[in-house]
Design a protein around this ligand. Structure first.
Ligand SMILES: [Zn+2]
Length: 237
C-alpha cells in the first residue's frame, strides 16, 4: 500500500500540450524532513489530485503515501513506530494544535510530518477514529495565504490543498522558502492549463454565497443550512 513514486521521474505521462515535466525540479529536492501522506481512498480516484505532484518533487524516501481509512497498529507497524517517535508531528488544525512556525524554531530535526489528504470531513474522520494519530504533537499552519488551487471547490478560500500544506510545512521545517515555490510550480502550471482548456475557476462556496452567485438549491437539512450561514458570515466552523 505504500506508493513512493507516482510517475517515473522525470516523466508525468501527460499529453505533450499539458505536460508538467518542465515545472518539476530537475533533481528531487534535498530535504531532511520526511512526509507521511495519509490519503483517504476517495481522494485517490479524484481527477485532480495534488499528491502525485508533491511526490514528483521529493525523494521517494521523504514522501510516503498510505491509502486507507483505518490505520491499526497491527497492520501498520511502521506507521505506529513513526507516530510514537517524539520527532513526529501531525498537521491537523484545532484548539490543541501548536503553530508550526513557532514550534519549528525549537523542534529537533530531522522530523516527520503526517498530513491527511482528503476533504475536510474525510480528514476529520481519519484523525479522530485512529488513535495512532493522536500520539504525535498536533500542529497547524497559521497562514493567511489564499489557495492557488482554484480548479477544485474548496470549502473556504483559505482551505489549502494537501500539496500547498506540504509545501508550506516543508519550507518552515527546512527554513527555506524556495522549497515552497518549487513545490507549488507544477500546481500553478496545472491550474493554468486547466483554465486555458475551459475549466472554470471554482470559487469557494464562501465566495459564491457572499456574492450571491451560489446557484445550487439551499440545503433543507438545518445543520447544513447553519453551516452555510456560518460560511457566509465568515465564522470559523
Ligand atoms: Zn510530462
Amino acid at each position: 500500500l505504500i506508493a513512493n513514486v507516482f510517475f517515473p521521474f522525470p516523466s508525468c505521462s501527460r499529453p505533450q500540450k499539458v505536460c508538467l515535466c518542465p515545472f518539476f525540479p530537475v533533481h528531487p529536492l534535498k530535504v531532511s524532513t520526511c512526509l507521511y501522506i495519509i490519503q483517504h481512498p476517495a481522494e485517490e480516484s479524484r481527477v485532480l489530485r495534488t499528491v502525485p505532484l508533491l511526490a514528483a518533487c521529493l525523494p521517494g524516501d521523504k514522501c510516503k503515501v498510505l491509502i486507507g481509512r483505518r490505520f491499526g497498529e497491527d497492520r501498520y507497524p511502521e506507521l505506529a513506530a513513526v507516530c510514537r517517535n517524539s520527532s513526529t508531528l501531525i498537521l491537523y488544525p484545532g484548539a490543541e494544535a501548536a503553530n508550526l512556525e513557532e514550534l519549528a524554531l525549537i523542534f529537533p530535526s530531522p522530523s516527520t510530518i503526517i498530513i491527511i489528504d482528503g476533504t475536510w470531513s474525510q480528514a476529520k474522520d481519519i484523525f479522530y477514529k485512529n488513535s495512532l494519530f493522536r500520539l504525535p504533537k498536533q500542529v497547524q499552519l497559521k497562514t493567511s495565504i489564499s489557495s492557488q488551487y482554484v480548479i477544485r471547490t474548496q470549502p473556504t478560500n483559505t482551505c489549502l490543498s494537501t500539496l500547498e500544506c506540504a509545501a508550506i510545512a516543508l519550507a518552515i521545517m527546512e527554513k527555506n522558502d524556495g522549497i515552497q515555490e518549487t513545490i507549488l510550480r507544477p500546481l500553478q502550471a496545472l491550474c493554468s492549463f486547466q483554465l486555458q482548456h475551459g475549466a472554470q475557476i471554482h470559487h469557494s462556496k464562501e465566495h459564491l454565497l457572499k456574492n450571491g452567485l451560489y446557484d445550487k438549491p439551499m440545503p433543507k437539512n438545518k445543520r447544513k443550512l447553519r453551516r452555510m450561514e456560518l460560511l457566509v458570515n465568515n465564522v470559523k466552523i
